[in-house]
Write a protein that binds this ligand. Structure first.
Ligand code: IVH
Length: 698
């Protein structure tokens, strides 16, 4: 590869890594497997090694992946992850680990250590817990603060949530030091994970892809009481040497254990590579019986003095390495291929498989995504295929074992007609998927739209898939507005429905008339308009008539709305059927505009303060600035030593947050800020930034 080609590929890789990193760390919804992600990173590392002048400080090879809610897509609509957390700089950077899938590279790590240290030393081998990293700070034996890794420099303050994790002590015992930090992992054991996903399925919420995402999403929930019910669990594995010094890592963990902290007993001191390999081999099998997820082994130099000699790179310690287990694969056979129609009319091919056991669950189906993916795999009915659980909960087929292809296996034809209603499918330019254009006649699409309308995040009406199907089959409901014409008498036509179930349904229908406009807008199911985009649009225009009348340019002025969404909104309101439906919903009494909010009285609680506002809030940024002024504060556009605090909403400018970390300026979330104002119910006695608790980095 020449330099020019390398330059292009490096940019591609960086883009792909950043995108997938955001999906993994921020959205908790990865779309590729860890293995594929790691290999993108390896390819980038190799290219940067070959062309060192192309290395830039912002390359993902030079930085730790970030879980900060502020950088990237913000809240994941499906997971209900909290938006606003205060950010605090880490006292000592929270680094990542170099990782590998090859034993040879572990051997090379051991050889490098031998060469550099030139004396005998030991390794501490541990499980690599597959959760989300946490940093706990104890002061005077009490849990003082808990921060997520964030971007390694600044973390999200999740203390309130961490206090609800049962095996994390609030108070230490024994001979604990006055102040120290300890780091580890928050995990969701399989049992709690399965229970949570069952509950989510019952509520028609998207399931978490794996326990890691569930742990990370749960740690960032809005309501600490809800965190308490998630069954999270913690294991601690690292006391930064800058925080407390011990002769060995093992001694540090023993001490932590003696103070009542949860430390894993699965670690082992190894003297050489053979003992390390034996540990790896043993746990590659034994880990399958553990009640929580692990994704590898961490090998650390045990002696603190030798750790100091080896030091750190920009991203990770030179005294440790992670050996990662490959995702489990299973070989099975394709029995048939189904084509499923979704609410938007998109048709997804799904392979039905001979049932096979994979990572503790029986796999019977795997998505094939779209026609291109099918062609790429060259998959045929009867083929033996490898399935793997990647980032997504639905297993994917990674490859076809061509040597086992039965004779005469024919290439499957993607259907030309909708498998549900028989309408010819269409595929628009730039779309990977085929669509059924029979929006109003295709039963799956009709039911899908009603299901979306009644779902918890939309109108929250008590109706699941079976009810909607019955209502459809009986000809009672074709569009959401039909729901509001239902009477008790008609509902009693549904199989198994009694007075009580009909009454409960009607009560929930009635309650849906109070659902705020932003959720009504989301419930309409405008293509590409998710929960947060609906909120932005609702707040920008205030009511449905203004949204319907908006020009494309006006729509583009809304935060998060680009060409595709603007066009989709225009198309939606240009359709007379939608206009009629909205009129019927209006007549049914649904909220079609934002409620007028009473403006609070002013105060001088912010007098003398200079505040920088960044990111998105539950009110517009202008309203937030007006609020600051009403309470005596001054707005400023940039962070400096004079800034009192940064008021950070969703997605604040990363540079502003970083600058705060460097200058020791407090970063405050919306909830905390609002609680400071006298209008708010929870008005605090004094402002937290006035209590001299600013944390300085380093
Ligand atoms: S030590 C300075 N030990 O894996 C290095 N990390 O991929 C401190 N992890 O960021 C980390 N199990 O979140 C360490 N036994 C273990 C671990 C472990 C899981 C996580 C941790 C780290 C990530 C790197």
């Amino acid at each position: 590869m020449d330099r020019e080609e390398a330059k292009i590929r490096i940019e591609e890789l960086r883009e792909a890594i950043r995108d997938n990193s955001r999906r993994y760390y921020v959205d908790n919804a990865p779309v590729i497997s860890d293995y594929d992600f790691d290999h993108l990173m390896y390819e980038l590392e190799d290219l940067e090694k070959a062309f060192p002048d192309l290395v830039t400080p912002d390359s993902p090879t030079q930085r730790v992946g970030s879980d900060l809610e502020t950088q990237g897509a913000g809240v994941n609509a499906e997971t209900g992850v909290r938006r606003e957390f205060a950010h605090y700089p880490h006292r000592f950077p929270m680094l990542s680990l170099g990782n590998t899938y090859s034993i040879e590279e572990v051997e090379a790590f051991a050889q490098r250590a031998d060469k550099a240290l030139e004396t005998s030393f030991t390794y501490c081998c541990e499980l690599k817990f597959d959760g989300t990293a946490i940093c706990l700070e104890y002061r005077g034996g009490r849990l003082y603060r808990a921060l997520t890794r964030g971007d390694g420099v600044v973390g999200d303050d999740v203390t309130d949530n961490v206090r609800r994790i049962s095996n994390i002590p609030q108070q230490l015992h024994g001979d604990y030091p006055a102040e120290f930090e300890i780091r580890g992992e928050i995990l969701m054991p399989y049992e709690a994970f399965d229970r949570l996903n069952r509950e989510r399925a019952a509520q028609e919420e998207a399931p978490f892809a794996n326990p890691r995402n569930a742990a990370s999403g749960s740690l960032k929930l809005l309501d600490p009481e809800e965190v308490a019910h998630r069954g999270l669990w913690c294991t601690l594995y690292h006391i930064p040497a800058e925080s407390l010094s011990f002769e060995t890592h093992d001694q540090a963990l023993r001490a932590a254990e003696s103070w009542g902290l949860p430390v894993s007993d699965k670690r082992r001191i190894c003297r050489d590579i053979d003992e390390i390999e034996a540990y790896i081999k043993e746990w590659d099998t034994a880990r399958k019986a553990l009640p929580y997820a692990t994704d590898g082994i961490v090998i650390k130099i045990n002696e603190s003095a030798f750790q100091r000699t080896l030091g750190f790179t920009a991203k990770s310690p030179r005294w440790a390495v992670a050996y990662k287990f490959k995702a489990e694969q299973a070989l099975t056979r394709v029995l048939s291929i189904d084509y499923q129609v979704g609410r938007t009319g998109a048709v997804t091919p799904v392979a039905n498989l001979e049932p096979v056991l994979l990572s503790g669950t029986v796999v019977k189906r795997a998505t094939l995504n779209n026609a291109d993916q099918m062609a790429l795999l060259d998959i045929r009915v009867g083929d033996s295929v490898y399935v793997e659980k990647g980032g997504e909960i639905i297993p994917k087929i990674t490859s076809v074992e061509l040597s086992r292809r039965p004779e005469g296996a024919a290439r499957p034809e993607f259907p030309a007609l909708c498998p549900d209603c028989g309408t010819p499918l269409v595929r628009e330019e730039d779309e990977a998927k085929w669509f059924c254009p029979n929006t109003d006649g295709c039963p799956t699409q009709i039911q899908g739209r009603i299901l979306h309308f009644v779902s918890r995040k939309a109108m929250n009406i008590l109706a699941g898939e079976a009810t909607v199907e019955q209502l459809y089959n009986l000809g009672l409901v074709r569009t959401p507005a039909d729901l509001y014409d239902l009477t008790k008498g008609r509902l009693l036509m549904l199989e198994g429905w009694k007075d009580r179930s009909a009454e409960r349904f009607l009560e929930s229908l009635h309650a849906s008339r109070s659902v705020p406009f932003e959720r009504v807008l989301f419930a309409l199911g405008i293509r590409y308009v998710g929960e947060s985009t609906a909120r932005e649009i609702a707040r920008h225009f205030g009511g449905i008539d203004a949204v319907a009348a908006a020009s494309k340019e006006e729509l583009l002025a809304v935060q998060d709305v680009g060409e595709v969404i603007a066009q989709s909104v225009k198309d939606f309101f240009a359709d007379q059927r939608h206009v009629i439906e909205i009129e019927r919903l209006k007549a049914a009494g649904l909220k079609m505009s934002l409620e007028e909010k009473e403006e609070g009285k002013g105060s001088d609680v912010l007098a003398g303060m200079t505040i920088v506002v960044s990111g998105n809030f539950s009110i517009s940024r202008d309203e937030m600035k007006a609020l600051i002024e009403r309470h005596g504060g001054r707005n400023s556009g940039s962070v400096s030593g004079k800034t009192s605090f940064l008021l950070a909403g969703e997605k604040p400018g990363p540079e502003k947050v970083r600058k705060c970390a460097v200058l020791g300026v407090k970063v405050m979330g919306e909830a905390e800020f609002l609680s400071m104002l006298p209008d708010a119910d929870t008005a605090a006695e004094k402002a937290p930034w006035a209590d001299g608790e600013l944390t300085l980095f380093g």
